[in-house]
Ligand binder design. Structure first.
Ligand code: UT7
Length: 324
């Protein structure tokens, strides 16, 4: 039996770091409101030379180095993003070229904030089917480019960044709970909720890129219920329970969502990786960025059981149970 294992993580952030106070100079908001309602203190905003693909490529270089792999070992690149460099081709092919890889499979996945979880399930399935052996799975975004900087209900919430993992095939005995690797994934989508979180443009409708629109309070309500449920489903699929979990690495949308979701599952808040204060909501980049941060600062250690989870526009949501 083949299992896919995470052998390296990496991340990248734009150089420019923007505080709430700096935002409040141009937007009708305050540091107090943003911190109290969201937990966000800073976000990184891409400059003119920084794009989704350049951030993704930097995250990949760090992940490859952590895995002890060279770019030539990679046979698959899947990039989750809602802010590609171009409408086409897929930004994954730009990353491929930036990394100097002559030939591999490369494509993008669009599931907004849940995109990384979608990409993990797709790549895990391809590896377990024996089709690929060594993949880069990336979440990368430049959401600042699709924000309406006059809409204070959205523009204070998001930031730019990228995170990546190297996923490799490893022979396994099939014993689910104890082995390392992706132990279970669970995804959902419910397209009836399009109007609660969307972009008001697109190539096939307005012919424009569009801006982010969100009914935050309603998204919040759905997020807590859906995330707690899907985490429970993925743990059950792995034959494990919340008591087995060392760390939850959640989508970093709002500190209050992280607290409420952990409470619903009966998990101590000390087991939740929180980076929303430093990065804000980086959509598909948020989970791999938080994962890399917690691996590099020593919180997450080899052998520990982690649950990744995210929810976003669509709605789409999902979770993955992984032993590192
Ligand atoms: O990544 C995809 C998933 N996304 C999410 O999970 C986001 C989920 N939603 C949220 O995180 C929260 O709902 C928000 C942070 C977006 C909003 O927090 P809230 O506690 O739900 O606030 P609210 O939307 O109910 O707004 C409360 C008040 C309103 O004023 P009134 O109508 O009560 O007078 C807003 O106009 O806060 C006002 N407000 C602001 N005030 C200062 C909204 N945005 C701001 C702002 N600064 N930036």
């Amino acid at each position: 039996m083949i299992r896919s294992i995470i052998t390296g993580t990496g991340s990248a952030l734009p150089v420019r770091r923007v505080s709430n106070a700096e935002l409040a100079e141009t937007v009708d908001t305050t540091d107090e409101w943003i911190v109290e309602r969201t937990g966000i203190r800073f976000r990184h905003i891409a400059g003119p030379d920084e794009t989704t693909a350049t951030l993704a490529a930097d995250a990949c270089r760090a992940a490859l180095s952590a895995a002890g792999r060279s770019a030539q070992d990679i046979d698959l690149i899947v990039l989750a993003t809602a802010t590609p460099d171009q409408t086409f081709p897929a930004s994954a092919t730009k990353v491929q070229a930036m990394l100097g890889i002559d030939d591999c499979v490369a494509f993008d996945v669009a599931a907004v904030c849940s995109g990384f979880l979608y990409a993990v399930q797709v790549v895990d399935s391809m590896i377990r089917a024996g089709v690929h052996k060594c993949a880069l799975v990336i979440g990368a975004e430049t959401f600042s480019r699709i924000l309406d900087w006059e809409d204070r209900t959205t523009c204070v919430l998001f930031g730019d960044g990228a995170g990546a993992i190297v996923l490799e095939a490893e022979e396994s005995t099939g014993r689910v709970g104890g082995e390392r690797g992706i132990l279970a994934t669970k995804l959902h989508a419910d397209g009836r909720h399009n109007e609660l979180l969307y972009v008001d443009g697109g190539p096939s409708t307005t012919g424009t890129v569009g801006k982010v629109r969100m009914k935050g309070r309603e998204v919040f309500r759905h997020a807590v219920v859906n995330l707690a449920t899907v985490m429970g489903e993925s743990l059950a699929a792995a034959g494990l329970s919340a008591d087995d979990v060392d760390w939850v690495v959640p989508h970093q949308a709002n500190a209050r969502i992280l607290d409420a979701t952990a409470r619903k599952l009966g998990l101590a808040s000390e087991k939740v990786v929180v980076t929303v204060d430093q990065h804000a909501n980086t959509s598909a980049a948020s989970v791999p960025l938080a994962l890399d941060t917690a691996v590099r600062d020593g919180r997450i250690k080899p052998g520990q059981l982690i649950v990744l989870e995210a929810m976003g526009g669509g709605f789409t949501w999902g979770a993955a149970v992984v032993r590192l």
